[in-house]
Design a protein around this ligand. Structure first.
Ligand code: NAD
Length: 428
């Protein structure tokens, strides 16, 4: 089976079923939590710049809101699918619960490729998405955010449409807004920095100094570049980065002994985090096939691009020096690859812990927007760091005490919290 054909919702449900069994959850609870509570499917017609009309498919999934309003990003991707969004919405529920945020889980998307759309066309898609959902989302119902190939400008268009429909100012409707327009300082950095705060704790636990550690990263988008920045600040070297090149629709890995220079790649990357291999070659980097990021002789692998990237076909290529895989992307490891890693005793820090800095900061953005009072960047980032470290320590301690795989442990904590909320509301 090709890794791209792995159905992410099957993965998410499989992981849930496994832990529901460990927790002896009752049948009604399992039935409720293994499916989304609600989902919306709709069409967004757009008058394109060439005068034609193109109809885009949009979705919103609200997996569970027992602990608070649903929260989750909106993805614009040509291969978007409802099962992908169901999986990601479910993971948002567990992520918010694991971080002990008073929020549920949601995810949305549109099947489209912003690479091939003008700004005006993208704006129409953003506004169309909100027009279809304005009554089903909002500060007290479901709070969207940016995700793959969406950004703060898109969020502001969406907020503007929401406010126009409801005739109010409601900055708490959406997060990831531009700073000065209801956005929080620190949101851009929060996910990538959070990955490294967790990694730093894990390295400490293994007695490894980040100054002596090398990492290989897949992706060079928002998450990856801030993770690289923070890892470099701690003294770690990122020796290989793999990214997409949209011109020839191929991924390449860029390698430099001693570590890549972040500024080199920032200069070459376009707004989507895509990097031109010829420009990197000219800067003295080895240019390798994209999948080579996984085979590097490093201490840490950081998948920070897409789902299903560590799979049956390449899990065997991981170098014996690798001690930690920290899942910065959502769902980067297929169940088959996960079984191999688990059997080999690899430390895998699961996505819904590793990349929770983003939603944690989004929660702080909501708090600021709802109170209309904005905090300093240092305060936001300190609060995110403290939450990330506390959540990691809780998971690591339980995993150590009960000799459990970290993914199972994180699930146990999160699912228990959601099940308790469902139970105390009397739903099951
Ligand atoms: P992004 O769109 O900014 O960046 C994606 C990167 O992946 C780009 O650099 C692109 O070149 C690269 N890429 C795409 N296909 C590739 C391939 N086949 N091989 C190598 N690289 C490839 O996205 P992002 O916001 O950085 O998100 C990355 C991941 O992290 C996603 O799984 C997302 O769901 C997850 N995530 C993001 C946030 C956030 O705050 N942005 C929060 C939590 C989780």
């Amino acid at each position: 089976m090709s890794p791209l054909s792995v159905n992410l919702f099957d993965t998410a449900q499989g992981e849930f079923d496994h832990v529901a069994e460990m927790l002896h959850l009752e049948p009604g609870m399992r039935q409720l939590l293994r499916e989304p509570l609600r989902e919306y499917h709709f069409l967004i017609p757009v008058h394109m710049d060439d005068g034609s009309v193109q109809v885009f498919k949009g979705f919103r999934v609200q997996h569970n809101d027992a602990r608070g309003p649903a929260k989750g990003g909106i993805r614009f991707h040509p291969h978007e699918s409802i099962d992908m969004l169901r999986a990601l919405a479910m993971w948002m529920t567990w992520k918010c619960a694991l971080m002990d945020l008073p929020l549920g889980g949601g995810k949305g998307g549109v099947i489209c490729d912003p690479h091939n759309l003008s700004q005006r066309e993208v704006e129409q898609i953003c506004r169309g998405w909100v027009r279809q959902l304005a009554r089903n989302v909002g500060p007290a119902q479901d709070v969207p955010a940016p995700d793959v190939m969406t950004n703060s400008q898109y969020m502001l268009w969406m907020l503007d449409e929401y406010e126009a429909i409801h005739g109010v100012r409601a900055p708490g409707f959406i997060t990831g807004k531009p700073v000065g327009m209801g956005g929080s300082l620190g949101r851009v950095e929060a996910t990538g920095f959070g990955v490294i705060h967790v990694l730093n704790e894990a390295l400490k636990g293994l007695g490894v100094s980040p100054k002596k550690a090398a990492a290989s990263v897949q992706g060079f988008g928002n998450v990856a570049r801030h993770a690289i920045q923070k890892f470099n600040e701690l003294g770690g070297a990122v020796t290989c980065v793999s990214c997409w090149n949209n011109q020839d629709k191929t991924s390449y890995a860029f390698r430099k002994n001693g570590g890549i220079v972040l500024e080199d790649m920032l200069d070459v990357a376009n707004g989507f985090g895509d990097v031109d291999p010829e420009k990197m070659r000219a800067l003295g980097y080895d240019v390798l096939p994209g999948d080579e990021w996984i085979a590097q002789e490093v201490d840490v692998l950081i998948p920070a691009a897409l789902e299903n990237q560590i799979h049956e076909g390449n899990v065997g290529n991981i170098h014996s020096r690798v001690k930690i895989i920290i899942e910065a992307a959502n769902g980067p490891t297929t169940p088959e690859a996960d079984a191999v890693l688990r059997a080999n005793g690899m430390m895998v820090i699961p996505d819904f812990l590793a990349n929770a800095g983003g939603v944690t900061c989004s929660y702080f953005e909501q708090v600021q927007s709802n109170t209309n009072f904005y905090w300093k960047k240092s305060k936001v980032l300190e609060l995110v760091e403290a939450r990330m470290i506390a959540a990691y320590k809780e998971v690591a301690q339980l995993a150590r005490e009960q000799n459990l795989y970290m993914r199972d442990t994180a699930y146990m904590i999160a699912i228990r919290r959601v099940a308790n909320a469902v139970k105390s509301r009397g739903w099951v």
